[in-house]
Design a protein around this ligand. Sequence first.
Ligand code: PEP
Ligand code: MG
Length: 312
Amino acid sequence: ARDTAIAGDTAPGGTSDGRPVPLLANIGTPADIDRAIAAHAEGVGLFRTEVLFLEATEPPTVDDQATVYADAVARLGERKLVVRTLDAGADKPLAFATQPDEENPALGVRGYRLARTLPDLVDTQLAALGSTATPGTWVMAPMVATPAEARDFASRARAAGATTVGVMIEVPAAALRAESILREVDFVSLGTNDLAQYTMATDRLRGELADLLDPWQPAVLELVAATARAGRALDKPVGVCGESAADPVMALVLVGMGVTSLSMSPGSLAAVRFALRSHSSARCEEIAAAALAQDDAAAARAAALALTSTAF
Ligand code: PEP
Ligand code: MG
C-alpha cells in the first residue's frame, strides 16, 4: 500500500510544511525526457550533453546540436531544462575532444577546461544552445574550479544568448569559494559524484574504494553545506545533480542544508518525493545538523536516519 501511495503521489516536490523543492531528472538524450515526465519530474536538472556524442569522431556542428536541443525543449514544454556543456575527459572520453596523452585525465583538460584547448568547441555548443533557448533553459559548465573560470563561462554563454547561466560545483576549490563563484553566475549545481572523487582523492570508477567515495563522508557533506550556505547568503539557487540526491535520507539532509532543487535518475523520484513530503523543513535542518556532527560516513547516515519519521 505504501508503494502504491508513493507511486501515486505526483505533486510537485516539497517538504510537509510546503517548502517547494523541485524534483528534476538527469538525462543523456532527449528520448530520456519521456521517461522523466512519466515519473513526474518537474523538469531536467542535468542534461549530460557529452552522452550525445560518445560515438562521434568529428566535433558536432551548430546545426547537429541545435536539432537535438530543440527536440529536448519541445518534449519538455514549459518545464525547466538545465543543459550542461560538454563534460569530456576522464570517465567521459570524446574522440574529438579528449587529450590522448594525459597521465591523469581526471586532473587534466576535462569539462570546461576544454575552453582553453578547444575554445571553438565550447562556442559552437553555446551558439546552438543560444539559438534554441527558451526562458526555462538554463546553461551550466562542468568542472569549474575558480571564480575566474565561472566569469569566463558566464560571459561566453551570455554573449551566445543564454539568459540563466551557472556552473557545477564538483571540485573542492569551487565549494570552498562558492560565494565568490555565485557572484559571477545565476545559480550553481553540486555534482556530488565528482565532488566526492576529488575531496576524497578516490577514483570514482574504483569499486573497491566505494567506502571512501561515499557522499556521506563528513568532508563531502561539509563542502555541500558550505555551498548551500553561499547560496542562501546571495539568495541564488543551489541544486544537487549528483547521484547522492537519489538517496531519500540524503535528500532530507541536502534540503536541510538549504539546497533548493534535486536532480536524479527518474526511477528515484518517487521515493525522494515521499521522503520530503513526510518531513518538515525544520526537521530536515535537524537531520542535516545531526549528519554534519558525525566523524564518519556510516555514522552520518545512521544519525540522519534516526531522525526520520518513515521507514526507508
Ligand atoms: C557529478 O559529478 O556529480 C555529476 C552530476 O556529473 P557527472 O556524474 O556527469 O560527472
Ligand atoms: Mg561530474
